[in-house]
Each structure stands twice: as C-alpha cells, then as structure tokens.
Design a protein around this ligand. Structure first.
Ligand SMILES: Cc1ncc(COP(=O)(O)O)c(C=O)c1O
Length: 284
C-alpha cells in the first residue's frame, strides 16, 4: 500500500481525495516537482526546492511549506514506503474555490499533495545497463512559458502521444526556427566529436535539475560542455544524443525517427557522463 500526503495528513494513496473545484483540476493552476530518492537519499533536493519556489512565485502562489517541512514530509513518505528506488511527486495547487473564475480567488488555501512511486535503479554508466530510448520529432506547440514547471501539461501529453503513436518512447521538440528546445518530459544533450552541447535555457525550456546538475558536473570535470542552439541538422548529424530528467538521469537516444544515432548504441561519452553523474549525484 502506498502512503500519500494530502493537506497535512498521511493517507493511503487510494483514499486521497480532492474537490473537482480544485483549481489544479479546473485550470491546471499549480506547480509540481519529481525528486528521485535512492536508498533513502534524495537527489538534487535543494535544486528542486529552488525551482518549486521559482514556479510558485511565477504564478503568484506562496510556498505553503518551508524547505525543512518539505524535507521532513518527503522523508516520512520514503520511510513509510521503504522502497529503494523512488520518485517523489509533489504538487501545490491554488486550492479549491466554489466559484469557478479565471481570476485568482481572494481567499483560497493551497492544496498540497505528495506521493512516492517506484522508479528504475539508477545506472552507474555501464552501457549494458543503460535504458535506451527511441524518439520521434515534432514542432514544439506547447505554451510560451515552458520554463515554469506548471501542471498544465496537456501540450506535453499530446506531444508525448505523437511519439508513442509513431512507435517511439519520447519526442524531441523544435521551435519556429527549427531549433531543438527539449523533449516532452526531458532536456536534451548532443555530442558532436568531443563537444557536448545542450540548448541554452530560456522560456521555451524547463530548467531541468538533472540538466543543470550535469552541466555543473561536466564543467567541474573540465569536459567540453557548451550551451548553444542546436539546429535540426546538427541534431541529426550528432554522434550521440541524450535525454535528461530526474527519473531517467542521462538516457542515451539510440534512434531518431527510426534512424540510428551514431552506431545505435549508448556512446562512449554517454558512459563517461553517466559514470560521473553516478559519482556525484548525491553531492550536488
Ligand atoms: C518538459 C520537461 N523538460 C525537462 C524535464 C527534466 O527536468 P528534471 O531534470 O528537473 O526532472 C522535465 C521533467 O519532468 C520536463 O517535464
């Protein structure tokens, strides 16, 4: 049985209930995070808290809990679950108002929800253990503030289904200029020769905690990491392509639109990067 947290109480996940008048349900008016936890240790907790604060303040919502309160709430979920490899989902919405109006209600108590779910064991950089991805490509039609980790994910969901319907596991998205933005639920890196490149952050991309941790790790290790625009041509000519997210860490893309990336196997630079990530995941 999974234990969830809802508005101050720990309850069995299947018994957790919120009102259909919750603005998260009616408007997607909320912010979420997903934090991995391995062997009881969270990865990137401070960074997830920082992005949560940024997202909440971008939609003019107060953070209902202090960082310490989030930490102890999530620690309780980990302890109750006892799972070795977990994702911790947390969501804050503007709450329930009995009058449905696009305008923010003057008085509304936030809804706070969190629950743990099982994820795969993280990889230590061994190609034989890599979870590999085949991806499709699509023009990025999501809203214009993709930097906010909003629960309004319909655009992402529809994009993901484009990929799934094309027989892929993820989808790489391009802006009007045919430049790579990110994937439906991941950031993207490409390797060209010895250069590792990821598109620069702006309002068209989520500032991925994993992306930013990886950039920091590669910089600290003096690896050649660049934040540069990636054209479609550059992407398709890349030796390696990686997806990053909290639950995938660094995942090698082995095919794009059914064409192999490199030799269609996890690349040598990926193995190096995932090995470094495994070494530093709990220290950043
Ligand atoms: C659109 C999008 N981009 C990137 C990411 C990766 O972010 P993080 O590394 O913080 O999990 C996610 C994660 O859910 C996402 O939804």
């Amino acid at each position: 049985m999974t234990t969830a947290y809802l508005n101050g109480e720990f309850v069995p996940l299947e018994d957790a209930r919120i009102s259909p008048m919750d603005r998260g349900f009616l408007f997607g008016d909320g912010i979420y995070e997903v934090i991995p936890s391995y062997g009881g240790n969270m990865v990137g907790f401070a960074r997830h808290m920082q992005r949560l604060d940024q997202g909440l303040s971008a939609i003019q919502l107060d953070n209902p809990l202090s960082t310490e309160a989030w930490q102890s709430l999530l620690a309780s979920l980990i302890e109750k679950d006892q799972g070795e490899h977990l994702g911790l989902y947390l969501q804050v919405t503007r709450g329930t108002s009995l009058i449905r109006n696009h305008k923010f209600p003057s008085e509304c108590r936030q809804t706070v929800f969190a629950y743990p779910f099982e994820v795969n064991a993280p990889c230590n950089g061994n190609p034989a253990e890599a979870a590999c991805y085949r991806v499709a490509t699509a023009h990025d039609r999501r809203w214009r503030r993709c930097d906010i980790k909003s629960v309004a994910l319909l655009g992402n969901v529809l994009h993901m289904m484009e990929g799934v319907n094309a027989g892929a596991d993820e989808v790489l998205l391009f802006n009007e200029q045919d430049e790579l933005t990110e994937a439906a639920a991941c950031n993207v890196f490409v390797v060209e020769g010895s250069r590792i490149v990821t598109p620069p952050l702006d309002q068209a991309k989520l500032p991925g905690v994993t992306r930013n941790m990886l950039v920091d790790i590669l910089r600290n290790e003096r690896m050649p990491i660049y934040e540069e625009t990636v054209s479609r041509a550059k992407l398709l000519a890349a030796d390696e392509v990686w997806l990053t997210s909290s639950t995938k860490e660094i995942a090698p893309v082995i095919a794009i639109d059914d064409e192999p990336v490199g030799d269609g196997r996890p690349g040598a630079v990926w193995a190096q990067a995932q090995t470094l990530f495994a070494r530093h995941r709990f220290t950043l």
